[in-house]
Design a protein around this ligand. Sequence first.
Ligand SMILES: Nc1nc2c(ncn2[C@@H]2O[C@H](COP(=O)(O)OP(=O)(O)OP(=O)(O)O)[C@@H](O)[C@H]2O)c(=O)[nH]1
Ligand SMILES: [Mg+2]
Length: 632
Amino acid sequence: MKSIIVGTAGHIDHGKTALVKALTGIDADRLEEEKRRGITIDLGFAHMDLEDASGEPLHIAFVDVPGHERFVRNMLAGVGGIDLVLLVIAADESIKPQTREHFDILQLLGVQRGIAVLTKSDAVDAETLDVVRLEVEEFLRGTFLEPQRSPIVPVSSLSAAGLDDLKRALIAAAAEVRPRDSSALARLPIDRVFTMKGFGTVVTGTLVSGTIHRDAELEAFPSGRKVRVRGVQVHGQAADAAVAGQRTALNLAGASTEDLSRGMTLAPLATLSVTRRVDVRLSLLTSAPRPLKSRMRVHFHSNTMETVAEVGLLGVRQIAPGSEAFARLKLPDAALLLPGDRFIIRQLSPVVTIGGGAVLDAAPILRMPGHENFLGILDGGDPEPMLMGRIARRGHAGLYMPQLVAETGWTRNFIEARLAHALNNGRVRRIGDVFADAAAMIRLQQLIVSSSEEFHRSNPLVGGMAREALREQVKASSDLFAASLDLLSRQKKIEVAGDLIRLPGHGVVMKDEETESKKKIEEEFAAAGLKVPALHEVIAGLKVDKARAQKIVTLLLRDKVLVKISDELVFHRAALEELRQLVAMQKAKSPRMDVAKFKELTGVSRKYAIPLLEYLDRERVTRRVGDARQIL
Ligand SMILES: Nc1nc2c(ncn2[C@@H]2O[C@H](COP(=O)(O)OP(=O)(O)OP(=O)(O)O)[C@@H](O)[C@H]2O)c(=O)[nH]1
Ligand SMILES: [Mg+2]
């Protein structure tokens, strides 16, 4: 059975409630005060069953709203989920302030369809009715109720004149209502909470997306309270499940009426998250009394919730009446909002509707480069680039599926389907549950290699960089990091040795023989002092082959255990240190020293003395003056 939700709208006393009653037989004014004062204060509900043109049953649920300017906030809580509107204009009064304000709101909320109803047709003569009709046509021209496409139906709720025309118009309009989004997780913004004898806590609302089954585990946002659905009612009938677009009542276990209130939203447990910042497209009505600037505070209404928001404009200094811009709204308390959610803003004082827009991103990243470009993509409304943009902005941190679900409110299946193309052509990569932009992955791999190079340069004797330290340095998520290491090691660009990451050929892992040989070389040179043996002789005396011995010597040189002062001569650093001390002591006696004096001081032959003195010159311990040395 097709079912749609119809909202009323219009100025106070124009006959909205009377019209709903004339159509359905139900008085939507249920409060005692409403009956006494003859005005609607809060939302009222009614419903009727019709047959569509082909004889199929059509269920129409009505949400009747108050027209009084003081109760616009209640009106706002009701119109969020409607499929079409009855814009009620009394024929004896024509267009009045809340006709305009309600109509502005409907346009800002993106309501697509409706019927203008001229009520109280019995109260005016035919000429007056024609005049009002012309005024209304003029008012609606170029809007979603363009008179050439949407009917204007005169009725009298008193005499029932025109009601059949209105029903026919409703059936025709209902045929054009598209089924709700099944791509999104269930969300029920609560508009009423009460207790029912024998049932306990009951909440009602318009299910804006998804499906809620009996026994479902839900979470109430923003409080986070867990509830279980004991029973589902749709249009007053018990049902196994409610689907998007239905007026829904849920009997809940796990919460009392104090725990829940209008403005909260029910959604599947542990899927969505609340936010205090939303990036939005924000437009200001032409009727707004002044431009909107950053730091201004406004009333903010979305779905059934209301709060105060501080405006931060992005890329512009102000929004003039009749124009729009991207903005970031700061909310005082965490709220559940998702991309695509429409909202209304009203001035703090005097309280009038000044604008509204759509949420683009409820998980904004502070100071993101290319931010406006990104918002432009989100504003475009095409799911594939929206998803790719969200993934790309996370760089090589990647974006996990649950985060993507929470950021978009879309189901896993929908996300997977919309990303299939980008995954196929390689622009997005998926590793387990995390998605990454392909270009960001390449940058990550380059970064891993360059960080490893850098590490080897500054730590020549360490066998590699600790895996976790490297991951922190490159700021990658663990899955993307692991996948990159896999790829790089298959490409032989890095080696993974246990917990260490290194570039190929930078291993310092030694076998026993090598460790022993290293020790032997070091000891021989340490014992030799300045009268060092020839390097090739030392190498020849080792157990390991020449190539490996060469590698060990290179390591000792890199670690500065050994110091090479000429092609032939290598010394232990301790020996050279002693030499420096000897020379320093000699300086105290005489700052000048010739080769003979140096040989006498050190006990070395000329073969060693000359290269050693040249080494000391290079080290600026001595300076050559003619054939002698000045000690510095
Ligand atoms: N003559 C005549 N009176 C009507 C008609 N419809 C409503 N009225 C009267 O107009 C008054 C207001 O009607 P309501 O239906 O309460 O108006 P409303 O638009 O719901 O008012 P709010 O909800 O307070 O904004 C009541 O006294 C109705 O009896 C009609 O078709 N003809
Ligand atoms: Mg009313």
